[in-house]
Design a protein around this ligand. Structure first.
Ligand code: NAD
Ligand code: DAU
Length: 372
């Protein structure tokens, strides 16, 4: 079959990547979608059951740091689009093991850029080719919490309910964690390939995602699982940090719009204008989970356990995604109440997935499948 485009999606077995792969495979039967993933602890092919037998889908197990192999994969498949999500993504892990984050997020991105350049530059960067790099709002650092009451009408005076500023595309980079420092560095390399070699690149910086298939080391799936099993909920510090939450399928839709209509060389912020203090979000999680489990209201409030704060814990993230709305017409489709209900229900209905992921059984499956 002749395909209109061949796109590599890196990190397609992870949380956000698997949603992006599924969206593209189903929506674009004329595109060949290659999911390129190393299958680290965070990658899980069970996330892709919906599409694994579709004729326009292919999985390739590969490490983005393996430049020679990536170069071969790009040229053999005549790839003309790359959507790059593969990364080490958990801040707590980066605090313990920064080298792995530098290797994957910085060197991995660089090797992918160079491999794409080797293939695309000799053709004069044909109209069709594009390198789309998925980044995070964490590269901008932390915003102040200077509206501590969370006044929703305060946004009329600029900023959001918890502070008078947002991150915009012009906010200066100021990363604090090894994770965000590595992501910031990768963003700079992508822009450098655009400015130096003329590579058609786009960068987007998104806020916190939530939804099905997120590895249960991140706040929302970890806490839903703990509530179900009546395990303590470790709240870092006082639980006052603020995050801006976006349903993962809305992020995937934004990636689709930006991949097709985004202007080369541009940056777009993606967010839901949906700020929550951790402790308030955790109370909602307890309430919804208990209700869906048929437990009385307040039954699990005592699971909340305040623990030592994360080192260098960023106080507040809040994205201004006005540019994306005004220029490309994207807006989040889901209200938070609806998104969180869907999410809690999914984790409660998919205990097998959670058990497999937390037991490491799926890693053994890969070892058998890919052992030489
Ligand atoms: P994730 O940890 O769930 O998935 C990462 C995927 O990358 C996994 O499938 C893993 O196997 C793969 N991977 C890791 N190292 C690799 C390597 N060397 N070669 C090939 N594959 C490798 O991550 P996620 O939460 O889905 O995040 C995806 C991307 O989106 C990341 O770049 C992250 O920085 C960015 N992002 C995430 C969020 C969020 O809230 N989760 C928000 C904004 C941006
Ligand atoms: O902002 C985008 C970023 O969001 C992404 O780039 C990252 O890949 C993603 O992991 C996420 O980073 P956070 O550090 O914000 O997410 P996490 O789920 O780890 O934590 C959310 C908040 O909850 C944060 O303030 C820390 C706090 N927390 C987290 C955990 C895991 C707790 O209080 N207890 C916990 O056990």
């Amino acid at each position: 079959m002749d395909f209109e485009k061949t796109i590599i999606i890196t990190g397609g077995a992870g949380f956000i990547g698997s949603h992006v792969v599924k969206l593209f495979v189903k929506k674009y039967p004329r595109y060949k979608i290659i999911n390129l993933d190393k299958l680290t602890y965070a990658g899980n092919l069970a996330n892709l059951k919906d599409v694994e037998n579709m004729p326009n889908y292919q999985f390739i197990k590969a490490d983005i740091c393996d430049y020679e192999n990536i170069k071969k994969i790009i040229s053999t498949n005549n790839v003309n689009g790359i959507i790059h999500l593969a990364a080490e993504s958990h801040v707590d892990r980066s605090i313990v093991d920064p080298f792995t984050f530098a290797r994957t997020n910085v060197m991995g991105t660089l090797s992918l850029l160079q491999a794409a350049r080797d293939f695309w530059e000799p053709t004069g960067w044909s109209d069709n080719c594009r390198f789309y790099h998925i980044s995070t709002d964490e590269v901008y650092g932390a915003l102040e919490l200077n509206r501590p009451e969370g006044d929703p009408s305060a946004s009329e005076c600029g900023g959001g309910p918890f502070g008078d500023k947002f991150f915009t595309e012009d906010t200066r980079y100021n990363p604090h964690s090894p994770y965000s420092a590595a992501k910031a560095s990768s963003d700079h390399f992508v822009r450098a390939y655009h400015d130096t070699y003329g590579m058609p690149t786009i960068v987007t910086n998104c806020s916190n995602n939530y939804g099905p298939f997120q590895f249960p080391e991140k706040l929302i799936p970890l806490f839903i699982n703990n509530i179900r099993h009546r395990k303590p909920l470790p709240v870092y510090g006082k639980g006052e940090n603020v995050r801006d939450w976006l349903y993962v399928e809305d992020h995937a839709r934004a990636i689709d719009v930006i991949f097709h209509k985004g202007v080369i060389g541009e940056t777009y912020n993606i967010g839901g204008f949906n700020e929550w203090k951790n402790i308030d979000l955790i109370k909602v999680l307890i309430k919804v989970t208990d209700r869906l489990l048929g437990r009385p209201e307040g039954a699990d409030d005592d699971l909340i356990t305040y623990v030592t704060d994360r080192k260098g814990h960023d106080m507040r993230y809040a994205i201004d995604s006005t540019k994306l709305k005004d220029e490309l017409g994207w807006e989040p489709s889901l209200q938070f109440e609806e998104g969180i209900e869907k999410t809690v229900r999914w984790y409660l209905d998919n205990q097998d997935w959670l058990d497999e992921v937390t037991s490491g059984d799926y890693l053994k499956y890969y070892e058998r499948m890919y052992s030489k």
